[in-house]
Design a protein around this ligand. Structure first.
Ligand code: SAM
Length: 205
């Protein structure tokens, strides 16, 4: 991996470790109140896997739903550069995408990503697709409606990865609803991987 990209990823991971230590000292209510200060990243193993899946599949039309401060976006953009692809990344909070834009510029990847700020459900309704690869990682109650909106926009062979299928425990009910939705779609094959926070990896056929 390019040194500039590796340095940016390492910087995010240092920040994430600091935030994890801080979170461990907060009550559940306080952690929820302060969640927009935190990266809440997919983590190194999941980042590596999504990067690898895109490169192996040659997936060029990439969608991210929930950019946060751009950690996972950096992994997606690095893979996009390798396959001459592009990432559209959806995020509610403008300040987070401003930070992410600066980080991607430092990594030399800014040209690979277009951020769309606003409610992902509204953005998704107007995005045309098709998409070859999708990462779903926004607030967990929105996974099913997000899947329903993007399902008709998947390209043949598209891969959809959803984070937080196993952790945190507070997301389990929404994770279960998402897995049920994907597993009952006749045109999806799907597997749960114990990687990072738990990833559901699904393929559209
Ligand atoms: C878990 S974080 C994403 C972490 C990121 N994927 C990473 O690995 O660095 C979830 C993000 O989804 C965003 N989000 C929540 N609801 C949203 C919505 N309706 N539309 C767009 N973004 C939303 C939150 O602002 C938050 O930044």
């Amino acid at each position: 991996m390019d040194q500039a990209v590796a340095a940016v990823i390492e910087e995010y991971e240092v920040r994430a470790r600091r935030e994890q230590e801080l979170s461990a000292t907060l009550s559940a209510d306080e952690a929820m109140r302060r969640r927009d200060e935190m990266l809440l990243p997919v983590g190194h193993a999941a980042g590596t896997l999504i990067n690898l899946l895109i490169k192996e599949a040659g997936a060029r039309r990439i969608l991210e739903v929930g950019s946060s401060y751009g950690y996972s976006t950096t992994w997606l953009a690095e893979a996009a550069a390798a396959v001459d692809g592009r990432v559209v990344s959806l995020e509610l909070q403008r300040a987070k995408t401003e930070y992410a834009t600066q980080q991607l510029a430092r990594a030399g990847l800014a040209g690979r990503v277009e951020f769309q700020v606003g409610d992902a459900l509204a953005s998704l309704a107007s995005l045309e697709g098709p998409f070859d690869f999708v990462l779903i990682d926004l607030w967990k109650d929105l996974y099913v409606p997000v899947f329903d909106l993007l399902h008709p926009k998947l390209a043949q062979g598209a891969i959809v990865v959803a984070d937080n299928m196993l952790q945190p425990a507070s997301a389990r009910a929404h994770a279960k609803a998402y897995r049920q939705r994907v597993l009952t779609a006749a045109d999806m094959t799907s597997v749960l991987l114990d990687v990072g926070n738990g990833l559901e990896v699904s393929r559209f056929r």
